[in-house]
Design a protein around this ligand. Sequence first.
Ligand code: PEP
Length: 254
Amino acid sequence: MSRRLIIGGNWKMYKTPSEAAATAKSLKVKLINVENVDVVVCPTAIDILAVREIVAGTNIKIGGQNMYYQDEGAFTGEISADMLKDAGCDYVVVGHSERRHVFGETDDEINKKIVKALSKGLVPIFCVGEKLEERNAGKTEDVVGGQLKEGLAGIEINSAEKLVIAYEPVWAIGTGVTASPEQAEEVHRFIRKFLTDIYGNALAQQIRIQYGGSVKPANADELLGQPNIDGALVGGASLDPDSFTAIIKSAQSV
Ligand code: PEP
């Protein structure tokens, strides 16, 4: 596998179904037959079916923003892996910092979600990242290493296509403050080494590690040009089809 970048668009809790459909229509036109980069849009759950209908037959894939680790049951408000899969998702974001820090999701729950996603054929986009005070205290590697250790506990994979990691420093998400390419690359190198220790060099080299945190067209080239940055998870800038497309074009050109 050559270094094929992956660009994900996390639409968070933005866009009604009709707004999501309009965005998807625009992306479909702009990204018709997009090649050499994997593109994933992650609409809010209620928008997934509308988006699926529009991007059918294109190279744009769909991801859920979250899922629960049980198959079914009395879990009001939750969505299962089977539901996402049946609705047309190939990916699911797991452990986003907003899930961790707004909704109190734990490493153990995240691990269960990754296990379930993999068992159902969904590719988890597993998010890790430190808070500002943790970075300032020199604890970035401890925090990110701990999240990786707990999140990937007991997880075997035999193909790099089955797992995506997203490094998203909490202080850079939705703040307009981006990690410098050097800061991001340093942590991505650490994550690569961590993956090498558990999955071996060949697999670790091929697992995509996305950077997320205020990625926009103006900084995408520099970030995506770093050797261990294999893609981006884009929040705010993915809401606008023009800026999301510009980031994808950057990925195609680095
Ligand atoms: C995100 O939602 O994962 C994200 C990185 O958001 P933003 O690009 O807006 O910082």
